[in-house]
Design a protein around this ligand. Structure first.
Ligand code: PNS
Length: 159
């Protein structure tokens, strides 16, 4: 079975992420969406909550499953028999960081990273911008799945 992982912090998952996950699922027998910790980011949702939001949003995709992990993504890959990491690239600004991680993961563990170009419809989209926009009353419907919209609005409304 050809299995790939789409890792990310997904705080929360956006329509841009879903586009990448859906396209990856057309290329691989199984895609695992793995919610991890990016130590440079603080989060609104716990890893379990983020995974559950993705699970709801991908329930129509039969070959996608969702998990969360602690530690290194390459160890998650080893444990799950995964040979490729799939990451979306929005713009040149993503490239340096993604390239560094990809080379680190390949040089230390032999795990390949495949980059998928983001659908231009979502080139500007990030979880951070969605949170900021929503926090100050902006309309983010159309940028995130309906379940995320509901939970994000409720969470950000809390004092
Ligand atoms: O959505 P993000 O914030 O770009 O996701 C980054 C993430 C979580 C995929 C990345 O930070 C990661 O893989 N973290 C796990 C720890 C790890 O393996 N770090 C070394 C990367 S070379």
């Amino acid at each position: 079975m050809r299995r790939a992982v789409c890792p990310g912090s997904f705080d929360p998952v956006t329509n841009g992420h879903l586009d990448i996950i859906t396209r990856a699922a057309q290329l691989y027998d199984e895609v695992i969406v793995a919610v991890g910790a990016n130590l440079s980011k603080s989060t609104v949702f716990t890893p379990t909550e983020r995974a559950e939001l993705i699970r709801e949003a991908t329930k129509e995709l039969d070959n996608v499953r969702v998990d969360h992990f602690e530690g290194l993504i390459v160890d998650f890959c080893r444990r799950n028999g995964i040979s490729a990491i799939i990451k979306g690239l929005r713009a040149v600004s993503d490239f340096d960081y993604e390239m560094q991680m990809a080379q680190m993961n390949y040089s230390q563990a032999g795990v390949e990273t495949l980059f998928m170009t983001t659908n231009p419809l979502y080139a500007f989209l990030s979880s951070s911008l969605v949170k900021e926009f929503c926090k100050y009353g902006g309309d983010v419907s159309g940028l995130v799945p309906a379940n995320v919209l509901h939970h994000l609005s409720a969470r950000l409304a809390q004092p």
